[in-house]
Design a protein around this ligand. Structure first.
Ligand SMILES: Nc1nc2c(ncn2[C@@H]2O[C@H](COP(=O)(O)OP(=O)(O)OP(=O)(O)O)[C@@H](O)[C@H]2O)c(=O)[nH]1
Length: 933
């Protein structure tokens, strides 16, 4: 085969050549495509960074670029979106974290604030406690306390070593009793009566001496003030002294026990009246924890004794009450029309009518020449003896009028307060009142309120129609009787005067009272006397004074017969420098003596104390005398006097004051004085729901409660004195059950700053006013606002009852929204009312809510039974299958408002008065039809 000669080159045919050329071209094309592909991949890789920098200067030709950039832009967008989302998520998380930190910080701050508040409260409590202890002379400094502790320890050690001390041995047996009852008074008593019978007493004597020393201290400071009077002033804590004078020596021991019981009871009362005093009782609570058999037995025996004592005590109380009753009856019997006391007169009226000025004028005209006529300034009152009144009214006395009362006692503080405080068992101790009315203004709100109070207490009154001199053109004749001055006035003045009088008479008639000018009054029991006066010129004042005397002696002689039994009321409680807390009282009957043991109503329970001094102001001419007061051993009614005694801090103005007489049981008297306040508690609503009421005095509280009772405003709590935090807490109880009653009606009292802050924080409303009417107005306005808001809030959920009939042939649209003509056959149809029908299977089929009511193409809110037929539009809620007339219900079906239990409750609580009696009956009917429980 090798030898085979080379094949000669075969000449290719034309066809072959053509085929080869095509194959080459094909191959070249393939290679070109391959190259292009590789190149495009390279370009896309290279273009990514280029695209990310839009500012790239080497941008290719736009056409080529737009063609090639399609896929990279989408990716870019997705990436940016992703970045954005991540950014947002990061921000959200940061925001959440910030909020959480803020909330945490807020909670911490809140916690700290609360802690701080509690700390402050504790501090304040401690301060008060300290102050109290200081006052009582029981306060010990740290070093004293430490010394006491050391002594205690020493004593303990001595006892453990077997050293016996008679006094302590005895004390062991009575350990509990000593701690509970071993108070100063008892020690004092022992000390004062102790006979050197046994050595046991010796250590007690020590403590007694201490106590006496304490008392001496008090006496010293008292002496400073009283100067030479000191000797007649009894030493404080003379409970024993008073007792001594009444009780048999032989009864002493039993009495001692009684005394202890009383102390115990006093503590109990205290606890119940004031929680704040709890701390004071802490000491007695440190009773030994372990009870030995002996002590148990002893306790049982004590319990039995207690029961017996309780019975005996009850008996004594009853006997005492009987005795007092008998004494009163005797005193009433002994009264005589020949022995009248001075009537007590109070001035009332609206602000700025001239009450003070009128009082000043009455006093001043006579006081000018150094108390001529014997006018004496008393505490809270001015006494006008008859002689001075006679002088003052001389120009009227030509008719031979006979003056029988010894004088007139006019209370100095004009206004409601003194009037409401002059009270005794709901009636008034004030015999007559002057209601001052500004002739230029007529009856004003407070005048009307005063009339209400006077009626409530059944107190007779005359009207001083004051400021007559302000009538245009008035010619003043100083101090002239009214008719005398009127006779001198020009005609136009008389005309205006008469017009104004007539205007006032009409205003009184509107209050249901007949009034007439005093000099025309023929029947004082039927007509209120109008006495024109001027506090500036003194005109008409003689008439006013004479009228007061005339009315009192003629019409209330029975009330004015002097009564030997004491009648006395606290007008004001005042702190006087050098005297401490004192009470200004009006003695309307009987006598008071220095040293008397008195009982009165206190905020924390009854107060029993001894009169240290009875004071009245120095006579005017003696103003240069060092002491501002004159001391009295005895005072007789009627007059105003200041009483100085211990423990008067919590005395309540308006309280009655009783004197413990020989044979009286002090507990009985305490119960008696407290009964006034206890009776007021009956004003508290039984349901426990209502507003809290706070007033400055017993009298004003009583007046306010009466007013609230008449206005049908329920009361859930009462208190006297400024509004403190604890009052807010008490009122806040209502926030849970009836928030609209979480409020305090504060009448003429201050509100503590802390209390106000707490009230704002808790949402307790405080209404303050000095006029009852204003308080009432504020309250009603607030209640109206609340009702309106509630109505607005609850209106969408309230379903008013109605029954509808489709007017035949009036189906305008069969399905959502259904449009039909209806007649309201019962109740009232309102926009928003859900409707339903009861189908043949007795199933309730809801058909939607009324979204429009039209009458003659005019929109209406309500359509009531008896109104013309209306077109209504009913829409189905999205979550319900729309109902269709002819399929789910029919033209002849009755449509009902779809009431529920909840909607009925809303109607009851908020829309009660919007439904007629008939409509309420329909509610009951629908309840049955729609099977509402
Ligand atoms: N022209 C005239 N002014 C009088 C008369 N009485 C009182 N005023 C004036 O009326 C103003 C109020 O008098 P007050 O005596 O303070 O009235 P009030 O009723 O005691 O007032 P309150 O204590 O605020 O309730 C004073 O400016 C008096 O001068 C009067 O008879 N005539």
């Amino acid at each position: 085969m090798d030898d085979e000669p080379p094949k000669p080159t075969k000449l290719k045919s034309k066809k072959e050549k053509e085929r080869e050329r095509k194959e080459r071209q094909k191959q070249a094309k393939k290679e070109k495509a391959k190259k292009e592909k590789a190149a495009s991949q390279n370009t896309s890789k290279a273009s990514t960074p280029e695209a990310s920098s839009p500012a790239s200067p080497a941008s290719p030709a736009p056409a080529a670029k737009s063609k090639r950039k399609g896929p990279p832009v989408a990716a870019l967008r997705a990436m940016i979106e992703k970045q954005k989302a991540m950014e947002e998520e990061r921000r959200r998380l940061e925001e959440e974290e910030r909020k959480r930190i803020e909330e945490e910080e807020r909670l911490i701050a809140e916690e700290e604030r609360k802690k701080e508040e509690a700390k402050q409260l504790k501090k304040e409590k401690e301060r008060l406690k300290k102050e109290k202890l200081k006052k009582e002379g029981k306060y010990l400094t740290k070093s004293q306390r430490e010394a006491q502790q050391r002594n205690k320890l020493k004593l303990q050690q001595m006892l453990e070593q077997g050293v016996t001390i008679a006094a302590f041995e005895k004390k062991d047996g009575e350990k509990k009793k000593k701690v509970v009852y071993g108070k100063r008074k008892k020690n004092n008593k022992k000390g004062q009566n102790s006979q050197p019978e046994s050595t046991e007493v010796s250590s007690k004597e020590e403590s007694v001496k201490e106590e006496v020393n304490k008392d001496d201290d008090v006496k010293d400071s008292w002496e400073d003030f009283l100067d030479d009077e000191a000797e007649v002033v009894p030493i404080p804590a003379p409970k024993k002294e008073v007792k001594d004078s009444w009780d048999d020596e032989s009864e002493e021991e039993e009495e001692e026990k009684e005394e202890e019981k009383k102390e115990e009871k006093k503590d109990e009362v205290k606890e119940s009246w004031d929680d704040e005093d709890e701390d004071e009782d802490e000491e007695p609570k440190e009773v030994p924890q372990k009870k030995s058999k002996d002590t148990k037995k002893q306790e049982e025996a004590e319990d039995e004794e207690d029961e017996e004592d309780e019975e005996a005590k009850q008996k004594r109380k009853e006997e005492s009450a009987q005795r007092r009753k008998k004494r009163m009856e005797d005193a009433l019997q002994a009264r005589s029309k020949n022995d009248l006391r001075s009537p007590i007169c109070v001035v009332l009226g609206h602000v700025d009518t001239g009450k003070t000025k009128l009082l000043d004028k009455i006093r001043q005209t006579n006081v000018q020449d150094g108390e001529a006529g014997g006018i004496t300034q008393q505490i809270g009152a001015t006494y006008f003896p008859m002689e001075s009144i006679k002088v003052k009214t001389a120009r009227l006395n030509s008719d031979g009028f006979e003056y029988k009362v010894p004088g007139l006692l006019v209370i100095d503080t004009p206004g409601h307060e003194s009037f409401t405080n002059l009270r005794s068992r709901g009636s008034s101790l004030c015999n007559i009142a002057v209601l001052v009315v500004d002739i230029m203004h007529g009856l004003e709100p407070q005048t009307i309120e005063s009339i209400g109070l006077l009626r409530q207490r059944k107190t007779p009154f005359v009207v001083a129609l004051n400021k007559i001199d302000r009538i245009y053109g008035w010619k003043a004749i100083p101090d002239a009787p009214i008719q005398e001055t009127l006779a001198q006035q020009p005609k136009h003045v008389i005309q205006e005067f008469e017009e104004r009088v007539q205007h006032t008479i009409t205003a009184f008639a509107e209050q249901g009272l007949n009034a007439v000018l005093s000099y025309n009054n023929k029947n004082f029991s039927k007509y209120v006397a109008l006495c024109p006066t001027s506090a500036h010129t003194g005109e008409g004042i003689p008439d006013l004074l004479r009228l007061l005397v005339k009315l009192t002696q003629e019409r209330m002689a029975n009330d004015l017969m002097y009564l030997s039994e004491l009648e006395c009321t606290v007008l004001e409680v005042k702190v006087i420098e050098g005297l401490g807390t004192t009470i200004d009282v009006i003695l309307s009957n009987g006598k008071l003596h220095e040293g008397d043991r008195i009982v009165l109503c206190g905020l924390n329970g009854p107060i029993a104390t001894n009169v240290r001094a009875l004071l009245t102001p120095q006579p005017m001419r003696e103003l240069r005398v060092k002491s501002a007061y004159v001391h009295h051993k005895e005072v007789k009614a009627a007059l105003g006097v200041k009483i100085v005694a211990q423990d008067l801090e919590k005395a309540i103005a308006g309280s009655r004051l009783l004197v413990v007489q020989p044979g009286d049981d002090e507990d009985d008297l305490k119960e008696e004085v407290m009964s006034d306040l206890v009776n007021l508690q009956s004003a508290i609503d039984k349901s426990g729901k209502g507003v809290c009421v706070q007033a400055s005095t017993l009298g004003s509280l009583e007046a306010l409660l009466e007013f609230l009772r008449e206005s049908k405003i329920p009361v859930s709590g009462i208190n006297i004195g400024p509004v403190h935090k604890k009052d807010i807490i008490r009122a806040s109880i209502m926030l849970e059950s009836q928030p609209e009653y979480a409020q305090i009606l504060a009448f003429d009292v201050k509100v503590d700053k802390d209390a106000q802050d707490l009230a704002d924080e808790m949402g307790v409303k405080i209404f303050k006013a000095d006029i009852i009417y204003h308080l009432f107005d504020q309250f009603t306005k607030y209640m109206e606002e609340i009702t309106e808001t509630r109505r607005r809030d609850q209106a969408p959920s309230a379903v008013f009852p109605c029954m509808l009939r489709i007017v035949p042939g009036c189906v305008f649209n069969k399905r959502n929204p259904i449009v039909i003509g209806v007649d309201v056959i019962e109740g009232q149809l309102r926009i928003g009312t859900p409707l339903c029908v009861v189908n043949a299977e007795n199933q309730i089929v809801p058909i939607g809510k009324v979204i429009g009511i039209e009458l003659n193409h005019k929109a209406k809110e309500v359509c009531k039974k008896g109104d013309p037929a209306v077109a209504i539009k009913i829409e189905s809620p999205v979550y319900e299958t729309p109902k269709m007339i002819g399929r789910h219900f029919f033209e002849k079906d009755t449509l009902y408002s779809r009431i529920t239990r909840a909607s009925i409750d809303i109607l009851k609580s908020t829309f009660r008065n919007d439904l007629s009696r008939e409509e309420w009956a329909l509610v009951i009917q629908l309840k049955k039809i729609l099977k509402v429980d």
